[in-house]
Design a protein. Structure first.
Length: 339
């Protein structure tokens, strides 16, 4: 097994998933403002350090995606953030795209930028301790979107990105996110996601990316948030598994779903349902941001010195998601918060 394959499998080993703590300063400011905490450099570090030093990290978190600001920070004990993460048995990673911008030729859609200077940035992040990276492409669904231009442009960027990351001896997380905003039903989400995945893997192959040393971070197959047709967790699981089995090469070791606007419980329950019926070779796990952090953030905001209670809530959320990777989660367990 190659070193990259080994890292990829560790990140999503049974019972573990990925903590997406790679919010940009702008996004983190919005999150902190929503709970009435000032977004200072110190406060952003304090919240992240509280999570990264929680006991739940040891058992349920295989990797942590960081942001440029965070990977360069030192903790109160003097360790760097990557050192702290490693000391809890988790693998540090880094978001390397520079954000989704208007797509020329189709300004209602987005293209993810960040390829310029990426080789040099990757060398720096590797020295700082990163073992994997993340690049997110986003796609709208409507009667006319996503366009061929958006599908092909973003897939091309993901292919180039992944090749550069493997050249730099790191594992690329490939994240093509079909947004759940809209009135579309689950079938439409399925069709669009299938098309996007096909194009992404065509580009990854073209760029000679070793798929065994990658992780896919896709959306689940869900109806739009304004859809009149709701779907059960069982239907979501069935459609998601079918879409992935048909469009993702079996050499990909792990799939770590994004939560994409689902509530904490929805994200956990849907992953649990997927793993109940998972008859593929893929390790099915999570790479959640809000769905791992939201309750902890609300608790922390009440008293930013009370790390114990914040960690207790984060440990519980991590454990619930860890259980869902083996289809062992239940609503009864959800109610039993223990330290």
């Amino acid at each position: 097994m190659s070193e990259l394959e080994n890292i990829a499998k560790q990140m999503v080993a049974k019972g573990k998933g990925i903590l997406a703590a790679d919010e940009s300063t702008g996004t983190m400011t919005k999150r902190l403002s929503s709970v009435n905490v000032e977004s200072t450099l110190e406060n952003r570090l304090k919240f992240r350090e509280t999570l990264f030093s929680a006991e739940g990290m040891k058992n349920y978190i295989g990797g942590v995606i960081l942001y440029d600001e965070t990977i360069k920070q030192k903790t109160t004990s003097g360790k760097t953030i990557p050192e702290l993460i490693k000391s809890f048995g988790s693998i540090p990673g880094i978001k390397v795209d520079t954000g989704a911008k208007k797509l020329a030729g189709s300004p209602e859609e987005k293209i993810t930028e960040g390829l310029d200077g990426l080789r040099e940035r990757l060398a720096e992040y590797y020295k700082l301790g990163a073992k994997f990276t993340k690049w997110r492409a986003v796609y709208n669904i409507s009667k006319i979107y996503p366009s061929e231009l958006a599908i092909e442009s973003n897939a091309h960027a993901l292919g180039r990105y992944a090749a550069l990351v493997q050249e730099a001896k790191m594992v690329p997380i490939v994240e093509p996110e079909v947004l759940m905003d809209g009135e579309h039903d689950i079938k439409k989400c399925y069709e669009v996601t299938a098309k996007i995945l096909k194009e992404c893997y065509k580009e990854l192959k073209l760029n000679k990316v070793d798929l065994k040393g990658t992780i896919l971070k896709p959306n689940m197959i869900l109806p739009g948030n304004k859809s009149k047709n709701k779907s059960t967790p069982q239907e979501i699981a069935k459609m998601t598994l079918k879409c992935l089995k048909e469009n993702v090469p079996s050499t990909v070791p792990g799939i770590a779903f994004l939560s994409g606007g689902q509530t904490e419980i929805e994200a956990t329950q849907n992953l649990n349902e997927i793993n109940k019926i998972n008859d593929s070779n893929f390790l099915m796990s999570f790479s959640y941001g809000r769905a791992l952090q939201q309750s902890a953030l609300k608790s922390w905001a009440k008293n930013i010195k009370d790390t114990i209670n914040t960690q207790k809530i984060f440990n519980h959320r991590s454990k619930m998601n860890g259980l869902s990777t083996s289809a062992k989660w239940s609503m009864d367990l959800e109610k039993q918060i223990t330290a």
